[in-house]
Ligand binder design. Structure first.
Ligand code: KDG
Ligand code: MG
Length: 408
């Protein structure tokens, strides 16, 4: 069996999904997602210029050797661009393998450990009142878990994860007005004064059952993060995400000595080498890698297995920039993983997206239910794809009030 061709598409409804389609001489094809938010053209170009020409002619069933070939064979390894491109190939090859087996992917991973996988949505408010309305909206939709992000009184700009005008269910992380980022101002002191009390008010309003998550988005220093984690302990968060920038893994030691709040980290990690110390030293409770930026199903399964040895559960990244293909790959991992925790889930559900990526994966009562179709269980409509083109966007750049550049 041989790979005969592979094509790369960029575009989607309100997104720049990078979709890889790998064709074989037996008519079976596989799909992968290489979307790297706001840098989409780069993994696409890496695929077109270097990886696809080396993929043609190989036996698609040898997914492990092909992964090693592109990872080790490149010499300059890792990084989000290369890993997103390799990740798309890996997803497509698992899709092909499972289609050949006539089974949904989860069967090849070890079968189902659960039927539905718990997901969380993004609640957002420019003030506490708006945030409470947003949480109620998701609760009415059946969600059992929500990430809660709020505008901070007195902060000149809105803060991380806060949508304009309290919109629900709209992608708000990317600004599509172009590649020159808008600038936002961050004020740690105001955040530290406001947010713990706001989280407590939310807990009191919604009671003990609703799972609450909060994303600091790398904005605190280690000592501040420890203080913040201690202050939010009475809230009983499901997790506190990215309290400090993830590069400094020692920062978590300090936080751990001062608080028992569950910590989730890893959405910017690209390989097992970025998180093995955090996992082995049991400094985190949830690992947030994604099958896209962390290089596909093959390496993410290794990370999940390592995490299981250390009581670390999964909480895969699922921001709106992930296409239904990588979300499907994660859905299969989620129903299999013995150490599954939760899945961030925002992608599916629009008619235009469903037309581009037809699938039977479903969402009900705050859980994701995986399709039993052979493969990843998602298709890609190339005619539909012609409606879309690349639309450059950016994340904001963040500064402190005195102009110092800060972490987005
Ligand atoms: O592209 C950046 C987003 O993926 C990131 O801001 C989302 O932090 C994020 C999250 O938890 O979904
Ligand atoms: Mg995050």
């Amino acid at each position: 069996m041989k790979i005969t061709d592979a094509k790369v598409f960029i575009g989607g409804p309100g997104k720049n999904y990078v979709t890889l389609k790998v064709m074989t001489d037996q008519g079976v094809y596989g799909l992968g997602d290489a979307t790297l938010n706001n840098r989409e053209t780069l993994p696409a170009q890496y695929l077109k210029d270097y990886l696809v020409p080396n993929l043609i002619g190989r036996d698609p069933r040898n997914s492990e050797d092909i992964w090693q070939y592109f990872y080790k064979g490149a010499y300059f390894r890792r990084g989000p661009i290369a890993m997103a491109a390799i990740g798309a190939i890996d997803m497509a090859l698992w899709d092909i393998k499972a289609k050949l087996a006539g089974m949904p992917l989860y069967q090849l991973l070890g079968g189902k450990s659960r039927d539905g996988a718990l997901v969380y949505a993004h609640a957002t408010g420019s003030d506490l009142e708006g945030l409470i309305d947003s949480i109620s909206y998701y609760q009415e939709q059946g969600y059992q878990a929500v990430r809660v992000q709020c505008g901070i009184p007195g902060m000149p700009t809105k803060g991380y994860g806060v949508a304009d005008n309290n919109q629900q269910n709209t992608p708000f992380i990317t600004d599509f007005s172009g590649i020159i980022p808008k600038e936002e101002i961050w004020d740690t002191a105001r955040y530290m004064r406001f947010m713990p009390e706001a989280l407590m008010k939310i807990r009191e309003k919604f009671g003990p059952e609703l799972k609450l998550l909060h994303d600091v988005h790398h904005r605190l220093l280690p000592r501040e993060a420890a203080e913040f984690a201690k202050a939010v302990e009475p809230v009983s968060l499901f997790w506190l995400e990215d309290p400090t920038p993830a590069e400094d893994q020692n920062a978590l030691k300090f936080l751990r000595q001062h608080s028992t709040v569950p910590i989730a980290i890893g959405e910017v990690f690209n390989s097992i080498w970025d998180c093995n110390r955090l996992i082995e030293n049991e400094l985190i409770d949830f690992i947030r890698v994604a099958v896209t930026y962390a290089g596909g199903i093959t390496p993410v399964k290794r990370i999940v297995d390592l995490a299981a040895l250390h009581h670390v559960r999964t909480g895969f990244h699922g921001a709106p920039s992930h296409s239904p293909i990588s979300m499907a790959a994660q859905a299969h991992l989620n129903v299999w993983a013995p150490n599954f925790g939760i899945q961030e889930y925002l992608t599916l559900g629009t008619e235009a997206c469903d037309a581009l990526f037809p699938s039977n994966h479903g969402l009900s009562q705050g859980k994701m239910f995986v399709s039993d179709q052979p493969g990843l269980g998602v298709d890609f409509d190339e005619r539909e794809a012609q409606k879309y083109q690349y639309n450059p966007g950016s994340h904001p750049v963040v500064r402190l009030e005195d102009g110092t550049l800060w972490n987005y």
